[in-house]
Write a protein that binds this ligand. Structure first.
Ligand code: HEM
Length: 494
């Protein structure tokens, strides 16, 4: 190479380096402070270099929203209600953002309002004699299943130690109970026990979605081509495959509903939605009510109602097995308030503060969605005096709020009593945000808290969960939702 060519190459390299450094440090006017970022990738690569598996643990330097008040302010801002999406998320719906989770704008608000309004009509998230009796029937089934009355070796086996205990596969054994706590609302029926295989199939599809996903959207959001180049590694394949399984199931349920539909008798949410589709069609108006939208709405609600609740309860059982003192205290409370001649019910909940505190503490120490579902700016916005340009991803680090030493003092310790007042009553102010907050707060919060509470109370009333050969507490499998690996827990009779 001639001297001139060498010199020119040197100049080009220096120029490129200069442009790169300039780009890394240049930020939009009045943008919040943060580490330098690269073109296209921003700070994402840096984040992964610091903690590839659990990037949220090093995210505080990258986000403004790491406390309760900041999260409330940000997520009440009408301009920060967007979402990020990627090719895998779009693919699972027919090429547009349907459902609720990834919709934005007035269509989201309309679908969200409609869905909540009519889920509630069928007992969701409120007191309902009908749904409560269905849930009680599920609690009975679950207790009987664990006692081995049902001979389901795939999920319950007698222990070999001759101590009359049972080995129970979690979360699998919990799938039917949670699925059947939700099916009466959307589809008017509980699945029979003969359909346990279906429940496990759907529950596993949910787990596949959780583990394939990455709340930040991952590299797939930045480079769609990865879907073809590395479908497995990028999470594309598993996200699409698992969604197809759940959607195919619900399209079958919708078809059955269409065949037996009657205007005069609304059996459940699916019927009510079909009615809306028919009415809008009759009026000839442009409509966002379609069968595809219904399918994805069912997906967006069924996935948390089945897999997410089962996962949370598995975490709770893992924690109480590792903390037998906490377990004993909840059992004592249950014995005093409920006794053993009947199962716990909704009326008992306010008189079981310690059991409630166990649930809260587990959702704090084990944040299920560590950065929630990211929001995005739908237009230029202002947050805490900083400018947030349209398109910026806005993330609240829920995990960091739950582990903040300033708030919790000893966040690493599992201490349910931190949620109790000195007289043993439950603190009215709860500074945890496992369901996020404000305008897009999880619409399933009330339902999930009620349901998980009852299942937990029924299990602790009837069994003691032992720590024999359990996975350690920090066994999180990374993903959009943090799950433990499947494990066999030992349940002893009480
Ligand atoms: C333990 C159980 C659950 C946890 C920890 C949880 C947590 C969350 C979180 C953190 C969000 C994000 C909110 C935001 O964007 O700021 C969310 C959204 C959502 N959740 Fe849940 N959830 C649970 C159960 C449920 C249940 C049972 C349902 C419904 C049946 C449900 C339906 C939804 C829907 C539809 C959204 C999207 C809301 C929107 O985009 O506007 N979740 N959930």
């Amino acid at each position: 190479m001639s001297h001139l060519a060498l010199l020119l190459s040197g100049v080009i390299v220096v120029l490129l380096l200069f442009l790169l450094v300039k780009a890394a440090y240049s930020r939009p006017h009045n943008f919040p402070p943060g580490p330098p970022g690269l073109p296209i990738w921003g700070s994402y690569i840096q984040l992964l270099l610091e903690n590839y598996k659990f990037p949220y643990k090093v995210m505080d330097a990258f986000t403004l929203i790491s406390d309760y008040e900041a999260a409330k302010e940000a997520f009440n801002n009408p301009s920060l209600q967007g979402r990020i999406s990627n090719i895998a998320i779009k693919q699972r719906m027919p090429n547009e953002n349907l459902g609720i989770n990834f919709r934005v704008g007035p269509e989201l608000m309309e679908q969200r309002r409609f869905t909540l309004r009519y889920l509630r009509d069928f007992g969701f998230g409120r007191r309902s004699d009908h749904l409560e009796s269905e849930i009680e029937a599920e609690m009975t089934e679950l207790v009987e299943l664990i006692r081995g009355d049902r001979q389901d070796e795939a999920v319950v086996q007698s222990s070999s130690g001759g101590d009359c205990s049972w080995r129970v596969l979690l979360p699998d054994a919990l799938f039917p109970a949670f699925i059947n706590g939700f099916m009466p609302v959307v589809a008017g029926n509980r699945l029979p026990w003969t359909a346990e295989g279906v429940c496990r199939y759907l529950g596993h599809a949910g787990l596949q979605t959780a583990r394939a996903g990455d709340a930040t959207g991952g590299f797939l959001t930045l480079h769609s081509a990865l879907a073809s180049i590395a479908p497995k590694m990028s999470g594309y394949h598993d996200t699409v495959e698992s969604a197809e399984k759940i959607l195919a199931y619900f399209h079958q349920v919708i078809e059955e509903h269409e065949k037996t539909y009657s205007d005069d008798h609304m059996r459940d949410f699916i019927d009510r939605y079909l009615k809306e589709i028919k009415e809008k069609k009759k009026m000839g108006t442009d409509t966002v009510y379609t069968i595809d939208q219904l399918g994805v709405t069912l997906f967006d609600t069924f996935l948390p109602a089945s897999m997410v609740q089962s996962t949370v309860l598995s975490w709770v059982l893992l924690y109480v097995a590792h903390y037998p003192e906490a377990q004993r205290r909840a059992q004592l409370e249950l014995d005093t308030v409920v006794g053993n001649s009947r199962l716990p019910n909704f009326n008992d909940r306010s008189r079981l503060p310690y059991t409630e505190a166990i649930l809260r503490e587990t959702m704090r120490i084990q944040t299920l969605l560590p950065i929630g579902i990211p929001h995005a700016a739908t237009e230029d916005a202002t947050l805490q005096g900083y400018s947030i340009p349209k398109g910026t991803v806005v993330v609240a680090n829920l995990w960091s709020m739950h582990m903040d030493k300033g708030v919790w003092k000893d966040p690493e310790n599992f201490r349910p009593e931190r949620f109790l007042n000195s007289d043993g009553t439950l603190c009215t102010r709860d500074l945890t945000l496992p369901f996020s907050t404000a305008k897009r707060v999880c619409p399933g919060e009330t339902f999930a808290r009620q349901n998980m509470f009852l299942m937990l109370a029924a299990l602790l009333q009837n069994f003691s969960v032992r720590a024999n050969s359990l996975p350690p507490l920090r066994c999180n499998i990374p993903g959009a939702i943090e799950t433990p690996p499947a494990f066999w827990a030992q349940f002893g009779p009480r």
